[in-house]
Design a protein. Sequence first.
Length: 210
Amino acid sequence: MMKETTAQQRSPRAVGRASTGLALVALVATLMVGCASSADSGSTTAGTTPVSSGRATPTPTPTPTPTPTPTPDACGPSTGQEAAAGAIAQLPAPSGLEGVPWDAANADYSGYDPCAALSWSLVTLQGATASTPTAVLLFHSGEYLGTATKTAYGFTPTVERTADDAISVTYRFPQGMESNAEASGAAVATFTWNAETRSVDMAGDVPPTG
């Protein structure tokens, strides 16, 4: 009588379990391959460099800033007497005449303009004669700037307006042996308001000294 082999001795239940185990192993292997493929596909997609559309982004044009319009200076005191009062009170007397005060009450304010770029007033000393020194006071929009020259020259000068910002001053003086009454010499100087430096530019001549 022949003996059954080991394989023949296995029961049908054992064979079924073995088949089921092999099927599970195959299924797990299939799933692992699928996951690996998905991971590789995901890595490739994530590492893809974005493609530019080739369109340049327009740069906004800056809006030009408007240039501010200079504001004109405001007008000063309405009268020349008011505008010059403080200046005359502090004006030094001419050399040699320190004890004689300036005559503000009889000053010539006809050249004063509270709104002009350059205007003037004339003041001489109390008890003045024809040859007494006269100071030319200058104003910008009613603001006192100072005297036209450091020296107050003898004889009352003639002042004329040549522009809103300029005046011409003609000084008289005696020549040679002339008396004061015969003074025929003339020196002409112009004074112009300089808006850039905010000061007065002088050109021309003044009477000789000495």
